[in-house]
Write a protein that binds this ligand. Structure first.
Ligand SMILES: Cc1ncc(COP(=O)(O)O)c(C=O)c1O
Length: 368
């Protein structure tokens, strides 16, 4: 097994295909080094606030934010955002689509004692569940891309007027084009398509969401400061976070955001991730021992491709052979327990590296 060596033409220029943390481009590291003098400086002073401001403006431009929408950010990643939403965004009851680990985690956070029990439309792993249309809820929440399974939903509004559509875009943002007017809150963390490090959450918020946050903040509900979206909005308007952010995370995010904008924006990123993922799905289609895990083609993620193998292929061994050759993190989501490879096709990943990876997988299968 340890003798397995890939020929140079099948070695991707970058072997990181993990779904988060994910590939960081070397140009982002150059950007970090060029701005090294900002590391270790106060986040309350102009240089770091200008950096936060640049990220907020860059995202507003990337997403063509309609007037009144704001970019809000805080610490703690998307996981902290779920708890913040339970305190600051859900009035009395939320409705959810839960078709994987991450959709389910928001349900858990929304099962808070001060709220009515959430309405949950569960879907099997690999599927995308749907709202029934008669949910009585003031927040409609679903993942845009379920990173644990590679199932992708379409971003659109749900619920009666006054209800908020809250979309987990953690692994979608920066890689899939959307019409942000179809959402009230489109939130994410930057360690996927934005190729940064973890620890931050960022949300694009509509005027209706901002009003809701303000109303709940002044309602007398107990809200811990760290999980107060009202406090996050106030700080964001000053280009700050409530508590100390990781400055390196901001710099890496800024570099990736600039690169995506300079390369053609969200539609460019969308085309690139479609191209990369299509290479994988087409490849699986051509093979008799592999198949896309997500059965419905339009639900197959363009940023996280999950490929099942039949009993003739041990996917874990394939992954181990490739890891020994510098290709890392293509194992399935740890709790899914399938004979599968999961490959990120985030914006940073070169489509031609995906082609090299597929050749490398073929060679590893042949060597088993
Ligand atoms: C869809 C989705 N939501 C939420 C999270 C949690 O993000 P974080 O680790 O920043 O809390 C992840 C992490 O992989 C994710 O993929």
């Amino acid at each position: 097994m340890s003798d397995f060596r890939l020929p140079p033409e099948l070695i991707p220029t970058d072997g990181r295909f993990g779904c988060g943390p994910s590939k960081v481009r070397s140009e982002q590291i150059d950007h970090l080094i060029a701005h090294a003098h900002l590391l270790g400086t106060s986040h309350r002073q102009p240089p770091i606030r200008a950096l936060v401001g640049q990220i907020r403006e860059g995202l507003a431009d990337l997403y063509r934010l309609p007037s009144g929408y704001e970019v809000v950010l805080g610490n703690g990643g998307s996981t902290a955002f779920w708890d913040a939403a339970a305190f600051s965004l859900i009035d009395s009851r939320s409705a959810h689509l839960a078709f994987g680990e991450f959709g389910q985690k928001f349900v858990t956070a929304a099962s808070a004692p001060w709220l009515s029990a959430p309405i949950v439309n569960t879907g099997a792993a690999g599927e995308v569940s749907q709202f029934t249309g008669d949910e009585d809820a003031d927040v409609f929440a679903y993942p845009h891309n379920e990173t644990s399974t590679g199932a992708m939903s379409s971003v659109r509004r749900h619920g009666a007027s006054g209800a908020l559509t809250v979309v987990d875009a953690t692994s979608a943002a920066g890689g899939i084009d959307i019409d942000v007017r179809e959402t009230d809150v489109y939130y994410f963390a930057p360690q996927k398509n934005f190729a940064s490090d973890g620890g931050l959450w960022i949300a694009l918020m509509s005027p209706a969401a901002l009003e809701r946050i303000e109303r709940i903040a002044s309602s007398g509900r107990y809200i811990p400061e760290f999980l107060s979206l009202g406090v996050a909005v106030e700080n964001s308007r000053l280009d700050q976070t409530l508590n100390t952010p990781a400055i390196a995370t901001l710099l890496l995010m800024d570099a990736q955001l600039q690169w995506i904008r300079d390369s053609g924006g969200l539609s460019w990123a969308d085309m690139r991730t479609r191209d990369s993922s299509r290479r994988i799905y087409d490849w699986a289609e051509r093979r008799s021992d592999a198949s896309a895990f997500v059965a419905v083609p339009e639900h197959r993620s363009q940023v996280v491709a999950t490929i099942d193998f039949d009993e003739t292929v041990d996917a874990a061994k394939v992954s181990a052979l490739l890891r020994a050759n510098g290709i890392v993190d293509i194992d399935p989501y740890r709790k899914l327990g399938r004979n599968q490879l999961r490959i990120a096709t985030f914006t940073a990943i070169e489509p031609d590296d995906v082609t090299r990876l597929l050749g490398a997988i073929e060679l590893a299968i042949a060597a088993l």
